[in-house]
Design a protein around this ligand. Structure first.
Ligand code: BTN
Length: 321
């Protein structure tokens, strides 16, 4: 049913009325199936579909689906040369899919964007949920030669790329160590980086990004979205802008490492100079003042017992209570 539901959505995407009969004819199925697909859009995908006797079905507004041609139109030369775009209507998780494809030899620069994830994953074993059309969810595969040990600051650098892209659209975002993107203190985007490879040899890195474009529906924590901040950029243009920035920062990170980004990260970071609390999956939280990051991207926190260094991993940070 999901495939038919996406076909119906593509027809309804213009925001006009389409009769059940016309869609059935166009899609080569019965009117009952079209009706069931409309219910799928409502009940499974959380969309509103107006149904008017004698006129058919219509969405409240036009719906811009992800589209390879539109994304490519927004790519600069560097990004167009490095990225290969793939789109999926519905998958479990773009990170999971790309990790599997990486192991099967998928090429450097493969980008997989999904309209809908049924098992989207966040950091620290959390879920990442998003209403259809309300966000961007994509992953990209980057193959590094610097070995896993040289990749510690990568998630901070990806955050910088997101901030640079969003600031092009006038959105005043900030970064929270290690890799949340905040708008007005609430989370706008998250990054999930998964690595495989050798400590010293080539590494395959899957970089997954989830970004709220409109209200994401019911989620576990209060979050921000671009629409509420008055930013009306379309998802295709936004994906292109993100990929342009990612192509640039990933190439520079590959060459120069995190140290080249450290000053910029400090300028973009929230909580620097402020009291914070670090929580771990096991053990007591640690309190102190966040003073910045070192050349590997580790967080430096001054507490009563002196300066401590926290590496990206099973740690989450928030303002001290
Ligand atoms: C976090 O903040 O916890 C990270 C969220 C990362 C979500 C993205 S959505 C695209 C990619 N696929 C996933 O399953 N997760 C990442």
């Amino acid at each position: 049913m999901k495939d038919l539901a996406f076909s119906v959505l593509r027809t309804l995407a213009d925001g006009r009325f389409h009769s059940g009969e016309a869609m059935a004819q166009q899609l080569g199925c019965s009117r009952t199936l079209v009706w069931q697909a409309v219910h799928h859009l409502e009940n499974e995908f959380g969309l509103t579909v107006f149904s008017v006797r004698g006129q058919g079905y219509r969405l409240p507004a036009p719906f811009a689906l992800l589209d390879v041609t539109s994304v490519r139109a927004g790519l600069d030369e560097r990004a167009a040369n490095v990225f290969t775009l793939a789109l999926a209507d519905e998958i479990d998780s773009s990170n999971t899919q790309l990790t599997t494809r990486a192991a099967q030899g998928a090429p450097h620069g493969l980008v997989l964007a999904a309209e809908r994830q049924t098992a989207g994953r966040g950091r620290l074993g959390r879920r990442w949920q998003m209403r259809l059309g309300a966000g961007l969810t994509f992953s990209l595969l980057w193959r590094f030669d610097r070995g896993l040990s040289g990749l510690a600051g990568l998630s901070l650098v990806v955050g910088i790329a997101i901030v640079r892209a969003l600031r092009e659209f006038g959105v005043p975002v900030a970064l929270k160590w290690p890799n949340d993107v905040l708008l007005d203190g609430r989370k706008l985007a998250g990054i999930l980086i998964e690595l495989s490879g050798d400590a010293l040899g080539p590494a395959a890195v899957v970089i997954g990004i989830g970004l709220n474009v409109a209200s994401p529906g019911e989620v576990d924590q209060p979050v921000a979205n671009l629409a509420d901040a008055g930013c009306k950029v379309g998802r295709n243009a936004l994906l292109a802008a993100l990929l342009n920035q990612l192509a640039e920062v990933l190439a520079q990170f590959d060459r120069d490492g995190f140290a080249a980004f450290r000053d910029e990260w400090h300028q973009l970071a929230a909580f620097i100079g402020q009291p914070v609390r670090l929580s771990f999956s096991h053990g007591e939280p640690a309190d102190g003042v966040a003073v910045g990051v070192d050349d590997s991207g580790a967080l430096l926190v001054d507490g009563t017992a002196g300066r401590r260094v926290f590496h990206v991993g099973e740690v989450s940070l928030r303002a001290a209570p």
